[in-house]
Design a protein around this ligand. Structure first.
Ligand code: ZN
Length: 174
């Protein structure tokens, strides 16, 4: 049985100073993987107000357990709770999972690739020639940067489930 993630949603507080993020305030959101008991792992959302982010920025960016970092703005009171997830975040998440081998992360990365294809950011070029389980060859439409994506052979239900998990942790519509 593949590892499953428990996902912690944002608390609406700065993770360092514990101040509530005010409507419209800019902040930095991060998603960190924390190993739990057995095979469980948790994806933890931690948000930082700008003054708390500066001192931890370098360390957090270098930390391999941090899977996503993006700049966000707290919702205004009347705005819908769900926000638009920007492309930069999706690409950052996708890139940070590049060397991941755990099944749950491979699945996340594959679903991110599907989303980036749907958004016409990534293009599919075929599969690596040869035998066996061949990765997808892809490139970014803007820069031409090439990348490979492992195909974990998920069925439609699994793709839908992983997409929902991603939407939960990113708190937005994908
Ligand atoms: Zn703070």
């Amino acid at each position: 049985m593949a590892k499953e993630y428990n996902i912690t949603r944002t608390a609406g507080l700065c993770a360092a100073c514990r101040q509530e993020l005010q409507p419209q305030q800019e902040f930095v959101a991060t998603v960190r993987e924390i190993a739990g008991e057995d095979d469980e792992a948790e994806l933890v959302r931690q948000d930082y107000c700008p003054s708390c982010w500066e001192p931890v920025r370098e360390q957090t960016t270098a930390d391999k357990s941090v899977l996503g970092i993006w700049h966000a703005r707290a919702a205004a009171p009347k705005e819908k709770k769900k926000t638009f997830v920007d492309d930069e975040l999706l690409v950052s998440f996708f890139d940070r999972l590049q060397d991941a081998e755990e099944p749950a992360k491979v699945q996340f990365r594959f679903v991110l690739a599907l989303i980036l294809m749907r958004k016409r950011i990534l293009a599919y070029d075929g599969t690596e020639p040869g035998q066996g389980d061949r990765p997808w060859l892809m490139h970014f439409r803007g820069s031409g940067r090439k990348c490979q994506v492992v195909d974990p052979h998920m069925d439609e239900d699994k793709v839908a489930e992983v997409s929902r998990q991603l939407g939960d942790v990113l708190e937005g519509d994908l």
